[in-house]
Every structure is written in structure tokens, then in C-alpha cells.
Write a protein that binds this ligand. Structure first.
Ligand code: 3H9
Length: 691
């Protein structure tokens, strides 16, 4: 079947694109569309052409999967857009669903645009590290002005059809059936001459607009390439010919597309979607409907978790052991919502509506009707087992029993119930109402229904769910442990904490390992180390970090940790830490050496990669792409680096192995094997890890 159907409605030729699911501009689509224009050109009975998408949407853009094809094999969107622009008969884009990227660019090269009321239109290329490359940077400013065009192209967010109508980006909103409206519009305008062409208009935009945009992207898109190209091109639209801008756009598009940044962002686009696919689960795996939730613990985590459900209109029962803790938890939730309302992002009415969905109680019995119950108490196996034992008595049959543990063995927790198939780990990241990541921990007996329901729930509460296996720390925290250890060693060898953190800022992370530890609280790691040593019968740990904690410096919360926090939040290098380190090195006879920023970045990043490879080998993560998604959404790894595993692929796994050996970290067997075979983690995913 052709990817583009031709049908006649009187004198109008209708071209319907059939390339599900999103009608991307894939191989076959340009051929079909050109064939349609050939017919329209040759047949004098055809007065105008309507282009419409079959199925759920208009064209959602160029086919991202073809970006790395050699130019001759990639579908030529620019070629088709150029032909449309010069076409001698009126063309009408009939838009429903999403007209995105190349889809909107194609629509702007048509003579007219008619849209369904529910349609959305946007140029999201920046999110893939590229720029609108089929005339979008030149046409959009000519329609909506440079300021609005920049807002759309730099945010990548679409606008609604009603706004597009107001801005003149669409000519008419369809009342009723879109195709009939578009065909009528085409008939009504069949004889209008000269044909209006956006490329022949001029674009409005003052120097201040571009100056402000250049300032803005320093904050919003720090370190990224394509946003500055977009600003330059939008400026060209206002002061140079269409042809000059069109040519420059082609050049810069290729430069952006071939950059590691775009490869990183495209990797994440697909990895995020791939993460939703679980081997063994199909679209037909039954799920249960979640109509209400229970949360045990009204502390920082429990409160944040509850907010996720309230935000999507699901009632939550929240349980605490004392009235005081319950009241405190509730007041934090209220304050969070009221702060959002103060910023104008929700109304006071919404605040009350959400809080009205929350039932506080001191009785576990209150959870008996909940469809899912999430335990969010402190990390202690005995406490958790006690709670799950009680839940087993109280929860209704079929309810999901979830633990928000960040490290503990979910199998052991499940073992105290008579329904281990209902038990799962749902590891939220702090602050739980903000961070997008949800590690979904599949225990040995977790049923497919519970897993599939948890994945669907993640989507419902707007999280990115990634399935992981049971081990200490699962994926994210297990890797971060090694990263923290490497950071600590680097300081012992001579680096200053601020240099270690700066090395990760240079990579684009908002915080380095020490800023992160100070924020999380240094006492957490301290207690774990003390506990582990005691259990193993080893002497009390006495590293420099332990000594900092023993001085009462626990991080941000005590306004002093590795850094000082004179204003409460902003870390300032601490003379007390410097002094402690000098004394520590002298006592332990440690010599100090200069460590280059390059060595710092490599050792820290590769410590993540090395453990990531081990995690893949053990099957704790299904794909390297899953690990990358975890690091982007849970740990602030910049999306334009594609995550640690993609970053390692970009460096070449052979180089990563050589560096690890140079720095005394033994490479994980899987990493070594891939390096020897000249392969990448992405190839491993394609060959082994895919669903
Ligand atoms: C561009 O246009 C460049 C031009 O300016 C210049 C060229 C010269 N290509 O997200 P979903 C797949 S850049 C290939 O789950 P939803 C997706 O991987 C492009 N595949 O559905 C998934 O596959 P699978 C500018 C694509 O309903 C399936 O479709 N456009 C593309 O939640 C369903 O996707 C964009 O950046 C694509 N363009 O959301 C739009 N798009 O089932 C990117 C989707 O195998 N796309 N797929 O996992 C989106 O934002 C969302 O997919 C959309 C639908 C909103 C359309």
C-alpha cells in the first residue's frame, strides 16, 4: 500500500499520508506526496490539493530514525517543501493531532492551513539538539514575528490551534469534520491568484528581541549548540533574503544534527520510549485500575509521593504514627501547594481541591480500600517487614503493596506477606513531587499485572518509569555509590572538593558529587558506613568524610558540611574542611598531587559507566538506555550528553577501558568485552537488551 493515498473530491485532490503511528516523514512519504503533486500538475481538472494525515495525527516531523542515514538515502523533506512553496495551484494543509517539526514546516510551505480545534502546532527540534531544518526558522518568524517564533523554537513547546488562528499561523479552524472543511476551503480559494506564499513575506523583530534571546539561552540551554543557531537564523529571517536564510539553515541543521549533543538527545528520545517496553509484557497484559492510593509515612518522601496522586485527582489516605508527624506532613504539603499558587501556577481553589482528596489518619486500617499502598518510612528492614506483615492483613485482595525503599531487598520485604505477587518497589526520587524518575523494582514474584499496572501508573502521574531488578541500591544509587567513592578518593589524592564538583559542572551537571552529598545530608552515608563496618566486624570507619560528620557538619541542613552555607543554600568552600583535609593527609602520610580537570571528569564519569556495565551484565537493568534515562531524570545528568552510557559510547569504549586501567579502576567484564569487540552499549542494547 502506498504511504500516500490519492482521492478526488470534485476538483480537489486529497493526499492522505498513512505512516502510523505519527505520520513521520519516513522513506516512502516524499515519493507518495511528489506523485500526488505530479498528478495535480498534469491534470487540469485538479484545481487545488489538500494534504491530510491518516489516523491520529498530521505529520509529527521528520523521521528521527533516518537522521544518521547518508544524505542520498534520507527522505528529502527540504526538496518537497521547496516544491510545495513554488507549486502553481493552491495547497491546503489539513491539520489534526500534532503538526510538529517538519510537519509544521511542510504546512507552512502550503498556501493555506486549516486546523482541527484540538490540533497542536510546534517546532520541537531544539529538544533533539537540532533546529527546524526545512524552512521553519525562516517561515515561522515571517508569520508570527521573531519574538513569538523564538519562544516557540527555543522552548520546543507546541501551541494550541486557537492560538495559531489568532497568530495567523492557521487560516481557519474546522467546524466539524476536518477533511470536509479543508476541501471546502480549497474549493473556495481554488482560483485565488496570486498565491500567497509565506516565503515572500517579511519578518518583524528588533535587535532587543535577539539580544534578550541570546541572554536567555545562556541560562535555559547552557552549553548547548542548537539554540544559538536558532537565534542567529531567526535574526536572518528579519534582515536577509529568504534564500540566504534557507541556505544557512541547511548548513547549520547538518552541523547540529551531526553533533554529539544531538546524538545524545535523540538517544534519550528513543531510550525513554524503549524503557516502557518490558520483556514478557505485551499490550495485552492485564492491568488493574488505580482509583485510590494509600501512603505510609508523611515525611518528606511520603508527602511528596502523595502529592503526585493528588495532582492527577486520585484520593490518597496518608498514615502516620503520631498526630504531630501527621500534622507536620500535612502542613508541608499545604505549603508546597500554596507556594505553587503564589507563583501563579495554580489557583487557591485548586489547592483546596487537591487537599480535599487527602485523608490523614493514624490507623493502618484506613488503607483497607486503597488500590495501591506505598510505604515510605525510613530505611530499616525490620520496620518495613513489620509494616508489610500488617498490610497483608489489612489490604484488599489485588491491592498493590509497594515499598519506596532506595536500597533494601524487595524480595525479603515481600517474603513476610502471603501475596508476594502483589509486592513491588516504587523508588521515587527526592523531591518526589518534582523529580520525573520512578525506579520500578521487579521482585522475584512480582506479577506481570502488578508490573504493568505500575508502569501505567507512572505514566498517569507523569513520571518516567524504568524497571530495575533487586540489588543493593538498584541502578541509580548503586552507581552513585561508586561515583561518591571515587570523588572521595580524588580528594585524598589531592583534589579540592570544589575542583571535583567543578569537573562535573563542566560536563553540564547542576551539582557535583560533594554538593549533592551536602544536600542529601552527610549523616546518611555516615550511618550506613558505621553500620556496615559493625556488621562486618571491621574497625570504625575514619575517612575524612566521617571526620567531617563527627564535627557535627552534616551538610546543608546544619549550614556546614563539606562546604559552608552562610546563606543557607549556596555552597562556599570551607576553611574548616581545608584544615581538616591537611591534618588528615598529614596523619595518614598521604602525598598530594595536582589532578587535571580532565582526569577528574573521566574518573568520576567512568566510575558510573563501569558500575553501569556490571549492572547490565547482571540483568539488573535491561538496557544501557534505561540506565541513561535513570541518570537524566533522577540525577541531573544533562540530556544533551545522552546519559553516562551514551557518553561512554561517544568517547569510544576502548578509550574508556584504557583510562579506567590507567586510573586503577578494574574495568567490568562486559565493558572490556564490548571494547575488545569494538562495540558500543547502544549496539549491545540492539543485539541483547531490546524487548
Ligand atoms: C524534524 O522534524 C527535523 C526537521 O525540522 C528538518 C528535517 C530536514 N520520528 O511518543 P510516542 C515514534 S525533527 C520517528 O510514544 P505519543 C516513537 O518513537 C522531528 N519516530 O507517542 C514511538 O515509537 P515506538 C520533530 C517517531 O502519542 C511512536 O512513534 N518532531 C517520531 O506519546 C509513538 O510515539 C518531533 O520531535 C519521529 N518524528 O506522542 C516530534 N515521533 O512505538 C517527536 C514519534 O516504537 N515526537 N515517533 O516506541 C513526539 O513528540 C511524540 O512522539 C508525539 C506523539 C507528540 C508526536
Amino acid at each position: 500500500m502506498s504511504m500516500v493515498d490519492q482521492t478526488r473530491q470534485g476538483q480537489i485532490l486529497v493526499l492522505t499520508i498513512n505512516n502510523p503511528p505519527v505520520n513521520a516523514f519516513s522513506p516512502g512519504v516524499p515519493e507518495g506526496l511528489h506523485a500526488g503533486l505530479d498528478v495535480a500538475e498534469q491534470d487540469s481538472g485538479v484545481k487545488a490539493v489538500v494534504i491530510i494525515g491518516g489516523g491520529r495525527t498530521f505529520i509529527a516531523g521528520a523521521d528521527i530514525k533516518t537522521f544518521d542515514l547518508p544524505r542520498e538515502q534520507a527522505p528529502n523533506l527540504r526538496g518537497f517543501v521547496a516544491r510545495l512553496d513554488a507549486f502553481g495551484k493552491p495547497t491546503v494543509a489539513a491539520i489534526h493531532g500534532t503538526a510538529l517539526g517538519g510537519g509544521l514546516e511542510l504546512a507552512m510551505a502550503c498556501t493555506y492551513r486549516v486546523a482541527d480545534k484540538g490540533a497542536q502546532l510546534g517546532l520541537p527540534e531544539v529538544k533533539l539538539g537540532v533546529l527546524p531544518g526545512a524552512g521553519g526558522t525562516q517561515r515561522l518568524p515571517r508569520v508570527v514575528g521573531a519574538q513569538k517564533a523564538l519562544e516557540m523554537m527555543l522552548s520546543g513547546n507546541p501551541i494550541k490551534a486557537s492560538e495559531a488562528l489568532q497568530l495567523g499561523l492557521v487560516d481557519e479552524l474546522a467546524e466539524g469534520d476536518l477533511l470536509s472543511a479543508a476541501v471546502k476551503f480549497a474549493s473556495d480559494h481554488a482560483d485565488a491568484r496570486p498565491l500567497p506564499r509565506i516565503s515572500e513575506r517579511s519578518a518583524q523583530g528588533s535587535p532587543e528581541v535577539f539580544a534578550a534571546a541570546r541572554e536567555g539561552i545562556k541560562k535555559t540551554h547552557k552549553g548547548q549548540l542548537s539554540p544559538s543557531f536558532i537565534v542567529d537564523l531567526a535574526e536572518m529571517a528579519t534582515n536577509q533574503s529568504f534564500e540566504a536564510g534557507w541556505d544557512a539553515e541547511a548548513r547549520l541543521f547538518v552541523q547540529a544534527k551531526d553533533s554529539p549533543q544531538s546524538r545524545g538527545l535523540r538517544h534519550i528520545f528513543f531510550a525513554e520510549r524503549e524503557a516502557g517496553k518490558i520483556p514478557g509484557l505485551t499490550k495485552d497484559t492485564p492491568t488493574t485500575e488505580i482509583k485510590s492510593a494509600g501512603v505510609i509515612g508523611a515525611g518528606t518522601m511520603g508527602g511528596g509521593i502523595a502529592m503526585n496522586f493528588l495532582n492527577v485527582g486520585l484520593p490518597v489516605t496518608i498514615v502516620e504514627t503520631s498526630q504531630e508527624a501527621l500534622d507536620r506532613g500535612l502542613s508541608v504539603i499545604r505549603r508546597n501547594y500554596e507556594n505553587t499558587a503564589k507563583k501563579g501556577r495554580m489557583t487557591q481553589d485548586d489547592v483546596e481541591k487537591r487537599l480535599a482528596l487527602l485523608t490523614p489518619t493514624l490507623e493502618m486500617e484506613g488503607l483497607k480500600d486503597a488500590d495501591i499502598i506505598i510505604e515510605a518510612v525510613f530505611e530499616n528492614m525490620d520496620v518495613k517487614k513489620d509494616i508489610f506483615g500488617k498490610l497483608d492483613q489489612i489490604a484488599k485482595p489485588g491491592a498493590i503493596l509497594a515499598s519506596n525503599t532506595s536500597t533494601l531487598d524487595v524480595n525479603e520485604i515481600a517474603s513476610v506477606t502471603k501475596r508476594p505477587e502483589s509486592v513491588i518497589g516504587l523508588h521515587f526520587f527526592s523531591p518526589a513531587n518534582v523529580m520525573k524518575l520512578l525506579e520500578i523494582v521487579r521482585a522475584d514474584n512480582t506479577s506481570d499485572t502488578v508490573l504493568a499496572t505500575s508502569m501505567a501508573l507512572a505514566r498517569k502521574i507523569k513520571k518516567v518509569g524504568v524497571v530495575v531488578g533487586v540489588c543493593d541500591g538498584f541502578v541509580g544509587n548503586r552507581m552513585i555509590h561508586h561515583y561518591g567513592e571515587e570523588a572521595r578518593k580524588l580528594v585524598e589524592e589531592g583534589a579540592r572538593p570544589q575542583d571535583v564538583d567543578a569537573a562535573m559542572h563542566a560536563l553540564g551537571l547542576p551539582m557535583g558529587p560533594f554538593e549533592m552529598s551536602d544536600m542529601a545530608g552527610l549523616d546518611v552515608g555516615y550511618l550506613i558506613r558505621q553500620h556496615q563496618a559493625k556488621v562486618a566486624g571491621k574497625p570504625k570507619p575514619d575517612g575524612w568524610l566521617d571526620q567531617i560528620v563527627e564535627q557535627g557538619r552534616k551538610g546543608q541542613k546544619t549550614q556546614a558540611g563539606i562546604y559552608d552555607y552562610p546563606d543557607g543554600r549556596k555552597p562556599v568552600p570551607s576553611p574548616a574542611t581545608d584544615e581538616l583535609l591537611s591534618r588528615y593527609r598529614a596523619e595518614k602520610n598521604l602525598s598530594r598531587r595536582e589532578i587535571s580537570p580532565e582526569e577528574l571528569t573521566k574518573r568520576l564519569t567512568y566510575s558510573l559507566v563501569n558500575e553501569g556495565a556490571q549492572i547490565l551484565d547482571e540483568g539488573i537493568a535491561q538496557r544501557a538506555g534505561d540506565i541513561d534515562v535513570i541518570y537524566i531524570y533522577g540525577y541531573g545528568f544533562p540530556a544533551y550528553r545522552g546519559g553516562p552510557m551514551q557518553y561512554a559510547d561517544e568517547q569510544g569504549l576502548g578509550n574508556v577501558v584504557a583510562d579506567l586501567e590507567k586510573y586503577g579502576q578494574p574495568p567490568a567484564p562486559l565493558l572490556r568485552k564490548l571494547a575488545e569487540e569494538g562495540k558500543t552499549f547502544a549496539q549491545w542494547d540492539r543485539e541483547k537488551g531490546r524487548a
